[in-house]
Design a protein around this ligand. Structure first.
Ligand SMILES: NC(=O)c1ccc[n+]([C@@H]2O[C@H](COP(=O)([O-])OP(=O)(O)OC[C@H]3O[C@@H](n4cnc5c(N)ncnc54)[C@H](OP(=O)(O)O)[C@@H]3O)[C@@H](O)[C@H]2O)c1
Length: 255
């Protein structure tokens, strides 16, 4: 079965690095034109430059409904259609709930959960016209919650529920919704963590057996390939859930 996307248009949020950038790159290699969304213009321009002509940058903050509305209006004007929305943008700050600031809570829920709602809402009219696909990215941590990432993981739990609910709500429109539950990926949000806090969190997770559960991080391209698979099923075939996790054990000797 073909996994080509020639003539299709995709939007990937959080596409300036990590899983989002890998996804945008693989989608473009399969023939799609891809709008890359993120907040930081310079990083986004660099990302687009690595992909080439099939990619274009749309600066937007997914946690801001006006910014999202403007972004999707721009995409409709420029590309004229939309076949695939990948809700990938997320933040994962390390803190205990007790220590989270008001801003930590609002930014995490705003980006990771409301961002999915704002982007999906804005995309639905174009996706209805193309019998398109929405792919929402969750985390394996919903199955074995990692302390210090509770708020992040709670937003992923909400993303999981809204994915199934949206799948039902949009079925009659021919729009399919895939939930992709991802295991640990190399690079990614951990690079924003304070090294000392990151080290303490790793110790805690190791003690609790959570690193054994997660295994060695996978290259982001592995996740990107699974997104392409979900996006290229024929009309009438939906991939409701994909769980892609590392099967390589975390080395016991590493501290
Ligand atoms: N990395 C992992 O091990 C892992 C494991 C399981 C699941 N996941 C999930 O996979 C997805 C990608 O993770 P990642 O680690 O690849 O992410 P990442 O490297 O931290 O990249 C996050 C991207 O999102 C953008 N972003 C952040 N806030 C945004 C906002 N408000 N509006 C628009 N863009 C925003 C960032 O750019 P700007 O900051 O410039 O906006 C960046 O492009 C996330 O949904 C994450 O939960 C990751």
């Amino acid at each position: 079965m073909s996994e080509r996307l020639d003539g299709k248009v995709a939007v990937v949020t959080g596409a300036s690095r990590g899983i989002g950038l890998a996804t945008a790159r693989v989608l473009s290699e399969r023939g799609a034109r891809v709008a890359l969304i993120a907040r930081t213009r310079s990083a986004l321009d660099d990302a687009v430059a690595t992909i080439g002509d099939a990619a274009f940058a749309v600066v937007a903050d997914v946690s801001d409904p006006d910014s999202v509305r403007a972004a999707f209006a721009e995409i409709e004007r420029d590309a004229g259609r939309l076949d695939l929305l990948v809700n990938n943008a997320a933040i994962a700050r390390l803190h205990r709930v007790e220590d989270a600031s008001d801003e930590d809570l609002a930014a995490t829920v705003g980006t990771n959960f409301l961002g999915v709602l704002y982007c999906t809402r804005a995309a639905i009219p174009m996706l209805r016209a193309s019998s398109g696909v929405v792919v929402n990215i969750s985390s394996e941590g919903v199955r074995r919650p990692f302390p210090m990432l509770s708020v992040y993981l709670a937003t992923k739990g909400a993303v999981e529920l809204i994915s199934y609910a949206l799948g039902e709500e949009l079925r009659a429109d021919g729009i399919r919704v895939t939930l992709l539950r991802s295991g640990a990926s190399t690079g990614g949000f951990a690079q924003d963590w304070d090294p000392e806090e990151g080290r303490r969190a790793l110790e805690l997770w190791k003690e609790r057996g959570l690193l054994d559960f997660a295994g060695m991080p996978m290259p982001p391209e592995v996740i990107a390939e699974s997104i392409v698979h979900a996006a290229t099923r024929p009309p009438g075939v939906g991939v409701d859930l994909l769980e892609v996790r590392s099967s390589t054990p975390f080395p016991r000797h590493s501290d």
